[in-house]
Write a protein that binds this ligand. Structure first.
Ligand code: HEC
Length: 322
């Protein structure tokens, strides 16, 4: 069978669930609600997440690599077609690099917290797709509990992630530095870096920080002459801004949302400048960072009225007509 032509069961499931959701129900306030079990309490689940167990390495080259991987891990655009359109990123299943006990995607999950992502990666010899949902592993857990070797020098992890991105999720070939970065990020997660606190609140401040970190990584990529990685990092920042804007959908918050749209348009224009290899690219990113405190202050001011706030999300999540 021509593997490159075959669509994985995962993509078919994501496409089917996305279109079904669109046809059958009013739009959900947060797209992450699509992958929660029916009746799950979104206001509790989507306002808390596991704590990230990340050690940023001391040497600058590895730290840069980890930051590239960290941002790519959170970007649906790393993955292809249907997954990207549905808004699925590595982090959808591995929340904050960990696991997701509430992940429940029709046709893809068995019990909540499981997914079938292995149709190619472990079982490419199989002719037919076989349903085989497995628990989503905690990538911040003990390395000994993980199946893929992370031994220094072993190519297994990079190969595995490459298979996930290009085969399972039908994504484009990632820039080599981004692929290496994803492996570096996964390697930099470990129980030694976990805090005793298991969960943390999802706050707009940390999502803003993610967007800034992605732009900083884009600057690092440009400084290394890696335009392809820089483009993906700018896209990563844009998708984080999109995640934030989604939580400010209330019409009363329109001006706040608008400030995010402006910040996003600025990045969209920067993409074009990077594509044309103009020297102004780096300068534009610096200016974006320098200006970001302005919209960030407005967005943070209104956080209590947004869907970051559990009580607001609880009200918004009640299905209409009940
Ligand atoms: C749809 C949910 C889902 C998405 C999206 C996803 N994963 Fe996973 N991941 C899983 C599941 C389930 C497994 C366990 C597979 C198994 O045990 O056969 C897994 C396994 C892994 C492993 C191997 C862990 C081990 O045991 O050694 C790594 C590393 C990993 N994922 C990284 C990633 C990266 C990087 C991405 C994004 C490119 C990603 N995952 C996207 C669900 C997901």
């Amino acid at each position: 069978m021509d593997r490159s032509r075959r669509r994985s069961g995962l993509l078919i499931a994501i496409a089917a669930a996305a279109s079904l959701g669109a046809a059958a129900t009013a739009p959900l306030p947060l797209r992450a609600m699509r992958w929660l079990a029916p009746g799950a309490d979104a206001s509790r689940i989507l306002t808390r997440r596991p704590v990230e167990c990340l050690t940023i390495p001391r040497d600058r080259a590895t730290a840069y690599s980890v930051e590239l991987g960290r941002a790519a891990f959170r970007t649906p655009l790393l993955l292809g077609g249907q997954a990207a359109r549905a808004g699925v990123a590595c982090e959808t299943c591995h929340r904050n690099g960990r696991t997701n006990p509430d992940f429940d995607f029709p046709g893809l999950s068995g019990a909540p917290g499981t997914a079938d992502v292995t149709s190619f990666v472990f079982s490419s010899h199989r002719g037919d797709h076989v349903d085989d949902p497995r628990p989503i592993p905690d990538l911040g857990g003990p390395k000994s509990a993980l199946r893929i070797s992370q031994a220094p020098g072993s190519p297994a992890l990079k190969r595995f992630i490459h298979g996930l991105v290009t085969e399972e999720f039908d994504g484009a070939e990632p820039p080599p530095a981004v692929l290496a970065g994803l492996a570096a990020y996964v390697r930099a997660l470990s129980p030694a870096a976990c805090s005793p606190r298991r969960l943390e609140p999802v706050r707009v401040e940390s999502d803003i920080d993610d967007a800034r970190r992605a732009v900083l990584a884009a600057q690092g990529a440009l400084a290394r002459g890696d335009a392809a990685a820089a483009l993906l990092m700018v896209q990563a920042a844009r998708s984080r801004l999109g995640d934030i804007a989604e939580r400010y959908g209330d019409p009363a918050l329109r001006p706040t949302r608008q400030s995010l749209v402006v910040a996003d348009l600025d990045l969209a224009a920067t993409l074009a400048v990077i594509r044309q290899s103009k020297p102004a690219s780096a300068e534009r990113l610096s200016m974006w960072l320098a200006r970001s405190h302005r919209w960030a202050a407005v967005v943070e001011r209104d956080e209590a009225r947004s869907l970051y706030e559990p009580t607001v999300l609880a009200t918004a999540s009640v299905p209409r007509g009940r």
